[in-house]
Design a protein around this ligand. Structure first.
Ligand code: FAD
Ligand code: FMN
Ligand code: SF4
Length: 657
């Protein structure tokens, strides 16, 4: 028995399949499939890595069931005909080779189809509102006929049979997150007046018929699980927890072997892929309600923001559910379970719920899934740790995430590393988590890196490194990771005592701020400071140079869930947002800005906070060039960006030195 995490590491059954621990990796699209939905070598590489990580059960991402309208996203896997079986069989084998059980999630996109190819199917004709995702026009939805319904029931059943033939241990059906089956359940989307609409019994009919058909096709000994929503958080006529409980009861009656309870939809993404601004385990209460209020006897799985083993253990220990699932945490660290097994949970790389690699760059730039804190995720085949040719003496300047990641990998590869940090290990992460109620995850990342520096016995020198330090130190190579500096605002009045820079606020001078604040800026940090201060009872006015597009503010960055969460917070805490304004002058009692028409606008405040962003500090990098044999610059000192670039570039530099 594992002494630290006895519940988490105890075996249990789903149907007749024994799972070696209570850790399930949640289905999570990776964008690694071929254009025809085929399993590729990238798919195999990333799931093999997950399998080596020791979870009890790996659920392969949502896979589409037909070639008509069920495909949701580019790079998605498909299991729509028998030719697909071979690739899936290889995938099952790769996972089984590591002693891990595996399932595939079957899905029909319904309205959650992010491909510009009609039709978008749903329960009823109408339009699907995507405005919460940004300036996107509504989607035209074609209501399904009874023949369409019958076709889809058959498509799910045939796909499940293929999964069984491919050698998987069980199959999961996606009835959550606003995909086709949830949409039938939703009183908001389902306006039918036949036996598939109206009462809850009728709205459940299609998903229940799908489950019955799947069970009938795979037989009683092959477990079938269902992922359902405890609520979809739709603002109008949501699926309520009471309805979800009735649905769960019916699913159990028709023979489902486990229920995986989630919440939110791809449109209300901040309730699904929750952000660092909300508590961990945001949706666990839904799974607990299903288990307890519906008196469900089959295992119930909880998911969403369960990032640490201690928290997972507590959920199980309190009897809330039977299994926990890791979505993004298994991207951040696919070896989450194995590290617990080996008694070193402190080595788990925490998911920081930034939604940068896994959502911003996927939805925004059409990249496959990657992860800010795990430079190998999605790049398994091109980023392998390289053996060193000769041991080198390496100086690393800057103990932010970039410098610490570089120090970690360079040391693991066998180099002799000295890390210079003039302030404290953590870099801009220290500033980033000044309000721990607001940014709840970055402290965990900082702890992880500080622990690694200690465990690896990395020599940390607490001083400012100069060109002289590096040259005289006799280093063979240097990695420069000294970060960025704030951009100064050049307007009259900047020297007044009531003017603060963003880093003053994050660096401890927050308590000096008055009761009314004007914030200059519209980036993520400006929004975060506004939200943090408003939650503490301050009256906050934002004046941002950014504008508005198709009714949507262009402030707050572009990771959809994080932006949704910030905007929701700013609205709820009544922050006044003023757009398209350039600062002109700071006065004794506020600021004067200029609007698009050249008119002055005056805002009164006790304190003014300037958030103008950051710019790379290239001075050391430029000065070192040519002074020693090998110099590499990484992270914010190359260009002011995010944790993602700092860690990825730190890893790559350390692997090439
Ligand atoms: C308030 C704030 C909030 C943020 N929030 C987020 C967020 O939520 N998500 C996200 O992805 N990014 C966020 N960022 C950006 C992110 O923190 C940076 O992109 C990232 O930290 C850059 O890492 P780095 O290692 O390149 O540099 P840094 O983290 O800036 O580290 C540089 C380090 O070098 C040290 N140093 C500088 N010169 C020397 C020298 N000569 N000798 C020795 N040491 C030196 C500094 O003291 C510092 O510790 C935030 C930034 C700030 C300021
Ligand atoms: C990039 C991405 C892809 C996802 N793909 C799926 C999917 O294929 N099927 C599904 O049911 N949920 C999917 N989800 C939701 C996750 O399984 C999980 O429920 C969610 O991320 C919250 O859990 P976490 O905090 O552990 O990540 C996805 C989430 C993300 C961020
Ligand atoms: S990119 Fe951010 S949210 Fe996504 S898995 Fe990685 S750390 Fe978590």
């Amino acid at each position: 028995m594992n002494k630290m995490f006895p519940n988490l590491m105890s075996p249990a059954y789903i149907g007749n399949v024994e799972i070696k621990n209570r850790i399930v990796t949640a289905p999570l699209w990776t964008g690694s499939g071929g254009r025809d939905g085929s399993v590729t070598s990238r798919t195999i590489a990333l799931y093999s890595e997950k399998a080596r990580g020791g979870s009890g059960l790996i659920t392969i991402e949502y896979s589409y069931v037909d070639n008509v309208a069920s495909k949701s996203a580019f790079g998605q896997l498909g299991i729509y005909d028998d030719e697909c079986i071979g690739g899936f069989a290889l995938l099952a084998q790769a996972i089984h080779d590591q002693g891990v059980k595996c399932a595939v999630q079957l899905a029909h996109a319904g309205p959650m189809k992010f491909l510009p190819i009609p039709p978008w199917l749903g329960p009823s004709d109408g339009f699907h509102d995507l405005s919460n995702m940004g300036p996107v026009p509504p989607l035209p939805i074609t209501g399904m006929t009874k023949d369409d319904i019958a076709e889809q029931i058959e498509a799910f059943a045939a796909a499940a049979e293929r999964i069984k033939k491919a050698g998987f241990d069980m199959v999961d059906i996606h009835a959550a997150h606003g995909y086709l089956l949830t949409e039938f359940l939703s009183p908001h989307a389902n306006k039918r007046n036949d036996e598939y609409g109206g009462t809850l019994e009728n709205r459940m009919r299609f998903p229940i018929e799908v489950v019955e058909a799947v069970k009938g096709r795979v037989g009683p000994d092959f477990p079938v699980t269902v992922r359902l929503n405890g609520t979809d958080y739709a603002p109008e006529s949501p699926i309520t927890i009471d309805e979800a409980i009735q649905f769960a009861k019916r699913l159990e009656e028709v023979g489902v072997d486990a229920l995986h309870v989630s919440g939110g939809t791809d449109v209300y993404l901040n309730k699904l892929a929750t952000t660092t601004y909300v508590k961990h385990g945001f949706n666990v209460y839904l799974a607990e309600a299903v288990k307890k209020k519906a008196d469900i006897k089959v295992p119930v799985i909880a998911t969403g923001g369960i990032t640490t083993p201690a928290f997972a253990e507590e959920i199980l220990n309190q009897g809330k559910v039977d299994f926990i699932a890791l979505g993004r945490p298994a991207l951040a660290d696919p070896h989450w379970a194995r590290k617990i097994e080996e008694g070193r949970p402190e080595d788990i790389v925490p998911c920081i719920r930034c939604n940068d690699g896994c959502l911003r760059r996927t939805i925004g730039f059409a990249h496959a899934t990657s992860c800010a804190v795990n430079p190998r995720m999605g790049f398994e085949s091109i980023r392998k740790v390289a053996p060193i040719k000769e041991k080198k003496k390496v100086a690393i300047v800057g103990g932010g995430p970039g410098g610490m990641e570089a120090a970690r990998l360079a040391t693991l590869r066998g180099h002799d590393v000295t890390l210079y940090e003039k302030r404290e290990l953590g870099g801009a992460l220290i500033d980033a988590c000044w309000d721990k109620e607001l940014k709840r995850d970055i402290p965990l990342l900082m702890d992880y890196y500080r622990t690694q520096m200690e465990k690896l016995n990395i020599m940390v020198v607490k001083e400012e490194a100069t060109v002289e330090t590096i040259v005289k130190g006799g280093f063979d190579a240097a990695i420069v990771a000294n970060g960025a500096v704030p951009i100064k605002l050049d307007v009259p009045g900047m020297d007044k005592p009531h003017v603060y820079e963003a880093l003053d606020v994050t660096g401890g001078r927050e308590k000096e701020l008055g009761n009314t604040l004007v914030i200059i800026g519209g980036g993520v940090l400006a929004c975060e400071i506004a939200l943090s201060q408003a939650r503490k009872g301050k009256q906050v006015i934002m004046t941002a140079p950014e504008g508005c597009f198709a009714g949507e503010y262009e402030i707050g960055g572009d990771s959809i869930p994080n932006r949704q969460a910030l905007m929701e917070g700013l609205r709820e805490s009544k922050v006044e947002i003023n757009l398209c304004l350039l600062p002109k002058e700071i006065t004794d009692d506020g600021i004067i800005s200029v609007d698009q028409d050249g008119n002055d606008r005056e805002f009164k405040a006790d304190s003014v906070v300037v958030c103008r962003g950051f710019t790379a500090d290239k001075s050391l990098m430029n000065a070192l060039n040519g002074k020693i044999k090998e110099v590499r610059a990484i992270g914010d000192c190359v260009a002011s960006r995010l944790i993602y670039e700092a860690i990825h570039e730190g890893w790559v530099a350390a692997n090439q030195i």
